[in-house]
Every structure is written in C-alpha cells, then in structure tokens.
Design a protein around this ligand. Structure first.
Ligand SMILES: C[S@@+](CC[C@H](N)C(=O)[O-])C[C@H]1O[C@@H](n2cnc3c(N)ncnc32)[C@H](O)[C@@H]1O
Length: 456
C-alpha cells in the first residue's frame, strides 16, 4: 500500500517562481527549472508545449538551458521520491500562502538527490530563489533546513525509493499491475528511471550510420546512439539522411509494406516520423493532421529529409478522398508508453481522460478502414500502455465490423523480436523490452500496433 502523502503539493499550484533580480551564476537556470515544473504540475501543460518564446524569456545561455532541462526532467522522473523525501522533513506540511516554495524545494531536492551538483550550490541557489519570491521569502530558513536534512538522509532516501510505488502515480501503477502483472509492472517503472538514448531512423544503411555516428544498429534497423550532443550537430542531419524516432515508433509504419508508388494516407501524421518512413519506402504519401501548427513541423522535416508528401490540414473524422491502397492511423492517446522520454506525461494525464480518447480512437479507426480500398491494408497504432487504446480497440473493431480481418505480424518483420508480439500477432512493446549493455542503452517506448485488412 502506498503511504499517504503527508501534504498536498497540488494545493498551492497557481503560485509560480518570479524572474530573477539577482545575477548569481546558475540562479536563472534554477528559477527557469522551477517555473517549468510549476507549469507542468500546476497547469498540466506538456513540457513540449512550453513555447520557445518562454525559454527565451528566461534569457538563458545554452549551458544554463541544458542545466535547467536536466533539472526539470529529473524532477519529473523522480517526483514521487522527491515529494516523499520533502514530506519527511516538512513536519507541519507545506506552509499555506508560500508562493513558489513548493517548486523551489522540488528542483532543489532533485539537484541534491539525483544530479552531480555541489550540495552547497544547490542549497544556496534554492535559498536565493526563495528570497526572490515574495510569497516564499519568509520561508528561506525552512528551505535551508529541509534541504540540509535531505543531504544527510540522501543515501537512505535513495535506497528506499521504489520505482513503482514511489515514482509512478498510484492510478497508473494500479493499471499496469492489473494489465501486466506485478513483475512486468515493476520492470516498466524501473525502465522509466533512466534517461533513454537517442534513436534514429535512417533512410538506408543502418550499420554504416551506426559506425559513422558511434552507435549500434538495432535488430529492428534503428540506430541507437549514447550521446548528449545536439542532434543538428551530428553527421548526416543537414543532408537529411536520418531523423529522430524511438525504435518502437519505427515499427508500425513498416507493417504496411508500402512502396512502389502505392497511395498511402497517414491520418494523424504530424510531426511526420511514420510518414517519412512510408515516403522512404517509395509510397505516395498523403499526410493528414488536424493541427496546422504540427504539420508545419512535418513540412520542415520533409524538406530537410528531401522527401515529398501531400500535406492536408483536416480532421481525420471528416476527411474525404478516393480510397487508398493503405492507411496508417497513429491515433492520439494517453501516451503512457512515452514516459521514459517524457516523464511529465505520468503527472499530467488523468485516468478520466481515457474514455473520451478511447471513443475517439474507435471513430478514427472506422474512418481509417473506410478510407482503405477493398483488399487494402490498415495499420492502427498508439504509444500507450493502456489496453483500452490497443488490444481492446482491435477486439471491439473485429466484433463490430465483419468486413475487416486481422493480419498477424511475423517476428521476421520486426527484426526477429518475437517477444514483442502478442499471441494474436499484434505488436506490444514495453519500456522494459530490448535489454542493452546499460540501463540507458536499453528499452523501447511502449507501443501497440495491429495490422488489418479490409476484406476484398
Ligand atoms: C501520436 S501523434 C502522431 C505522431 C506521428 N504519426 C509521427 O509518427 O510523427 C497524434 C497526432 O494526431 C493528431 N490528431 C488528433 N486528433 C486528430 C483528428 N481528429 N484528425 C487528425 N489528426 C488528429 C494530433 O494533432 C497529433 O499530431
């Protein structure tokens, strides 16, 4: 049983850290990190959606931006452990009317527990940040005391931290236990602890690119790199030889076996990783998405990759066109399979979001089938670990539509990795799959995919 949280971190959600009026080196990065954590946790805003402009407003140089990013990521990755540890030393709970105190403590604790930052710097900057925030100012002494206690108890806190019970929201831990069993649920949560590597999808020659970039070619054909270098500085980026895409996300599009000028529609296409695979395979791609903004990113990606597609801004539910040889539906979902790369997802999604998404997925799936010509192939996929968005969708579809059959996936199509297939021949990848030489070099995003055929 998960221990009850000793205080409610969400209660002071609307108060955010202030901008600095103190030029101490490193302070702006801490304030920006606290601001980002506040945005995600208080406003449920995905980290990815925080605009470039906001980043620039904090006027951080590249080093401080990278530091702020690692503080935010680890704060969210290990949020449960951090909250539990802080709760232990906040004997009376978090004071009411304390401004940004909660976020300052969270990022302070993240640095002390998980980052290679001198203790005195993390504590001093947290105290300075507290003094800059009108609501939090009276608690500068408390911040100092709590963080110093944390330093003393660090080893014990880290030894006791449990990935499933502490760093996974209770409702998600419960769902994964129910769906995958205790052992696999624990393995999934453990895989979320490590920041994953960079996976690339290459136009051709994975072994050659792995060698040139100092990575490994995975059995599935993706190239895995253990680097923190900015992607646009890596060889082949400017020439459009590859794009960034998790190795699991690279699997669904290939299941269409599209090529040779086949007409293929990708119904939820942006930012375009899967559309790019289809275009590289030689398909004539129509990339549909309802977000014009996200399609701009797809267009820019296609330009860099020197690929072509018909780009259409449309709601897929109302999109009309002559039937296609094949359709791909990478449906909007809870995205719980991407927590390794996006730890904010664990804390901003709510169980209550699931029914509406599952209903939308069912409707989109019906549309994807209607847009395929008789005999045409349809691939449905989601980056979710929740069965309602995967296996359950296909089971319901096969019950309601006798004109569709499932075409099982063969292990040979996914690099021989038969452990990624369900008995029904569907793809089910988990973050704990594909063990590598180190935890960081292991794992996959959690994806579901099924291949279907509209009966001739
Ligand atoms: C999981 S993302 C797609 C990722 C993309 N397939 C890739 O590989 O890069 C889901 C996309 O669905 C789009 N979307 C959501 N609802 C939609 C709808 N009703 N019609 C069209 N696109 C939709 C979103 O804008 C988002 O870009």
């Amino acid at each position: 049983m998960r221990p009850k949280r000793p205080y409610d971190f969400g209660a002071y959600a609307s108060r955010r850290p202030q901008q600095p009026q103190d030029a101490t080196p490193g302070l702006a990065a801490r304030l920006a990190a606290a601001q980002a954590v506040a945005d995600v946790l208080a406003s449920a805003r995905p980290l990815e959606e925080r605009s470039e402009a906001e980043g620039r407003a904090a006027s951080l140089d590249a080093r401080d931006r990278a530091l702020a990013r690692s503080i935010v990521t680890v704060s969210l990755r290990r949020l449960g452990t951090i909250r539990k540890a802080l709760g232990r030393f906040l004997e009376k709970g978090l004071p009411k009317k304390a401004g940004a105190l909660e976020w300052i403590l969270t990022v302070g604790a993240a640095q002390l527990l998980f980052l290679d930052i001198p203790d005195h710097a993390a504590v001093d900057l947290a105290v300075r940040a507290t003094r800059l925030d009108p609501g939090a100012t009276p608690f500068a002494g408390l911040v100092n005391a709590v963080l110093r206690n944390l330093i003393r108890a660090k080893e014990e806190i880290l030894d006791a931290a449990d990935p499933l019970d502490d760093d996974t929201p209770l409702w998600l831990a419960g769902r994964w236990r129910a769906t995958y069993g205790e052992e696999t649920a624990r393995a999934i949560a453990r895989a979320h602890r490590d920041e994953p590597t960079l996976d690339l999808s290459v136009k051709s020659d994975p072994a050659g690119w792995a060698q040139r970039l100092g990575g490994v070619a995975l059995p599935t054909g993706s190239v895995r790199l253990d680097t923190h270098a900015p992607v646009n500085e890596l060889e082949g980026y400017g020439e459009g030889e590859w794009w960034v895409q998790d190795a699991a996300a690279a699997l669904p599009a290939r299941l269409l076996n599209a090529g040779g000028g086949q007409r293929v529609v990708d119904l939820c296409a942006a930012p375009g990783g899967k559309s790019a695979e289809l275009a590289v395979a030689g398909a004539q791609v129509t990339a549909v998405d309802r977000s014009a903004e996200r399609l701009k990113r797809l267009a820019a990606n296609f330009e860099r990759l020197r690929l072509e597609a018909d780009i259409v801004v449309s709601n897929a539910l109302t999109y009309e066109a002559a039937p296609f040889d094949a359709t791909l539906l990478d449906a909007p979902c809870m995205a719980t399979g991407t927590i390794r790369r996006h730890p904010d997802v664990a804390w901003i999604k709510r169980q209550g979001d699931l029914p509406a998404l599952a209903e939308l997925q069912g409707k989109l799936l019906d549309r994807a089938i209607a847009l395929a010509k008789p005999g045409g192939t349809i691939v449905y996929c989601t980056c979710s670990l929740e069965p309602e968005e995967g296996e359950g969708q296909i089971a319901a579809l096969l019950r309601r539509n006798p004109d569709v059959r499932r075409v099982p996936i063969d292990a040979a199509e996914i690099g021989g990795l038969s452990e990624l297939l369900t008995p029904a021949g569907e793809l089910r990848t988990l973050p704990c799959h594909l063990p590598g030489p180190t935890p960081r070099q292991s794992g996959l995003d959690g994806f579901f995919a099924a291949r279907l055929q509209r009966k001739p």
